[in-house]
Design a binder for this molecule. Structure first.
Ligand SMILES: Nc1ncnc2c1ncn2[C@@H]1O[C@H](COP(=O)(O)OP(=O)(O)OP(=O)(O)O)[C@@H](O)[C@H]1O
Ligand SMILES: [Mg+2]
Length: 395
C-alpha cells in the first residue's frame, strides 16, 4: 500500500513524499518506508527536523516506537477516543481497528487530520455531511452518547455516525467534537465561524470537568500563558462543556503542528520526558529564548496547579509562515493525578514534592535565571488563587 503525503499549510499545498507499507509476513511485522520528493527537499521546509531530516534516501524507523510510523505521521492519527470510534465504525463493516495497518489508519484520516498533513488516496468510510451544524441543545445528547460508547453500551447507529463525523481525526483520550463556532458562541455550519474543539468528560470524570478545565484556562491566561480563546458551552446535564478555539486553523488555512511526542519519538503512554529535555527541545527547535521562557512558564503552571498529566502529547510546536518553529498555544491544562500521583514529566529528577528550587534548577539548564522563575511562580500562584476563590464562591 502507498500513500501520498501533502503539506497544506498557510494556504499552500505541497507534495511532501510517499509512504509505502509492506504487508506483514507471518514471522515479520510489515515495514513502513518513507521518501521525500526532491521538490520538497528543495523547499527547505523541515516538517520533523530530528527524526525525519530533509534528505533523499528512503527512510525507515527501525525502532518502531509508533508501529513503524515516523512521529510526524503518528501525530496525525487519532488516539484514545478517536480510535475507539473508528473501531466501532469498522466493526459495523465486519473489520476492526486491530486489523487495520498504520497506513490504512492514516488513509482514513485523509485530508481531515489535525495540523496540515494530508494523506491520499483516502477511503470514505463515513459519509461526511459538511453543512449540518450541531445545536447547542444537542451537546447533552452527544455527551451522553459518548459515555455509552466509552462504556461499550449499545449506541444508536445514527448517533454513532454523527459522533464519528464530528470527531474528525482529533487526538486525546477524552471524547470531543470539532465544530465551527460564531462570535456569539453559537455552533454554526462549516464555512461559517471559526473551528473549535468541544470536549466531553470521560466515564471516570465528574460532571463539572468542563467547568474546571474552563476555570483553569482563564487562570492560564492570567498567568501569562498563550491560551487560545475558550468558552463554557451550556448544558442541562452538567456544569457545561469546555470549548477551545483551534490553533491549527488560522483564517481558513491549516498550520503544521508537531507534538513533543512525535518530534522526539517519546511515547505519551509512559513517562518519557523531563522538563529539562522539553526545554532543550524548545531551544533547539525554535532557537528563540522567548519560546524557551514560555515553556518554563508552562512547567511552572503545571507543577503549581497539580496538572500531573503532562505527557509528551500535551506539548506542541507550530511551523509558522516563515518556516520558523514556535511553541503552540497551551492546552489540556487541568489538575490531574497523573500516574501514581507523580508529575508525568519530571523536574530536576523528581515527580513528587517539586519545590521552587527544583523549578529554578530545571530552568537554569537553559540559562533562564532564578529571578525570572520566581516572578513566574508569583504570577502563576496569583492566577491559581483566583480560581480557588471562584471555587469557594461556587460551593
Ligand atoms: N486549541 C487547540 N487547537 C488545536 N489542537 C488542539 C487544541 N487543543 C488540543 N489540541 C490537540 O488535540 C489533542 C487532544 O486535546 P486535549 O489534550 O485537550 O484532549 P484530552 O483528550 O484531554 O487529552 P489527554 O489524552 O491528554 O487526556 C492534543 O493532544 C492536541 O494535539
Ligand atoms: Mg491531552
Amino acid at each position: 500500500m502507498n500513500l501520498d503525503v501533502h503539506l497544506h499549510s498557510h494556504g499552500e499545498r505541497r507534495y511532501v513524499g510517499k509512504l509505502a507499507a509492506q504487508a506483514p509476513q507471518s514471522s515479520q511485522r510489515g515495514r513502513i518506508l518513507f521518501q521525500y520528493a526532491p521538490e520538497f527537499i528543495d523547499s527547505g521546509i523541515s516538517i520533523s527536523p530530528f527524526k525525519l531530516p530533509l534528505s533523499p534516501e528512503v527512510k525507515e524507523d527501525s525502532k518502531r516506537t509508533f508501529d513503524g510510523l515516523f512521529g510526524v505521521f503518528n501525530d496525525s492519527l487519532p488516539d484514545g477516543w478517536g480510535l475507539l470510534l473508528l473501531d466501532r465504525a469498522l466493526r459495523k463493516k465486519g473489520s476492526s481497528m486491530q486489523a487495520c495497518l498504520p497506513l490504512q489508519r492514516l488513509a482514513m484520516v485523509g485530508t481531515h487530520g489535525m495540523g496540515a498533513l494530508e494523506y491520499t488516496p483516502a477511503p470514505e468510510i463515513i459519509e461526511v455531511k459538511a453543512d449540518e451544524a450541531v445545536s447547542v441543545a444537542e451537546l447533552d445528547a452527544l455527551a451522553e452518547e459518548s459515555l455509552r460508547v466509552l462504556r461499550d453500551a449499545p449506541v444508536d447507529a445514527g448517533q454513532l455516525d454523527r459522533l464519528i463525523q464530528l470527531n474528525g481525526s482529533s487526538a486525546g483520550a477524552r471524547p470531543k467534537i470539532l465544530v465551527n463556532v460564531s462570535e456569539e458562541y453559537r455552533i454554526v455550519p462549516q464555512g461559517a465561524g471559526e473551528p473549535w474543539i468541544i470536549k466531553f468528560r470521560s466515564a471516570h470524570e465528574a460532571p463539572d470537568t468542563g467547568l474546571v478545565e474552563y476555570a483553569y484556562s482563564i487562570a492560564a491566561r492570567e498567568a501569562g500563558l498563550d491560551m487560545p480563546e475558550t468558552h463554557l458551552f451550556p448544558s442541562e446535564a452538567t456544569a457545561g462543556y469546555f470549548g477551545v478555539k483551534r490553533f491549527d486553523r488560522v483564517q481558513g488555512t491549516k498550520v503544521h503542528v508537531h507534538t513533543a511526542c512525535g518530534l522526539l519519538h517519546a511515547s505519551h503512554r509512559e513517562p518519557s520526558l523531563t522538563y529539562e529535555s522539553l526545554l532543550r527541545l524548545t531551544l533547539l527547535l525554535t532557537k528563540d529564548m522567548r519560546e524557551v521562557q514560555k515553556m518554563v512558564r508552562l512547567m511552572v503552571f503545571n507543577v503549581r496547579s497539580g496538572n500531573k498529566d503532562d505527557h509528551s502529547k500535551n506539548f506542541s510546536f507550530l511551523l509558522d509562515k516563515d518556516n520558523q518553529w514556535r511553541m503552540a498555544p497551551v492546552y489540556d491544562l487541568t489538575p490531574s493525578e497523573g500516574i501514581n500521583g507523580e508529575q508525568t514529566c519530571m523536574v530536576n529528577n523528581k515527580g513528587l514534592n517539586i519545590t521552587e528550587k527544583d523549578l529554578q534548577a530545571a530552568a537554569a539548564t537553559v540559562d533562564v535565571n532564578a529571578r525570572t522563575v520566581i516572578e513566574m511562580i508569583q504570577q502563576v500562584d496569583e492566577a491559581l488563587a483566583n480560581v480557588e476563590k471562584q471555587d469557594s464562591l461556587a460551593s
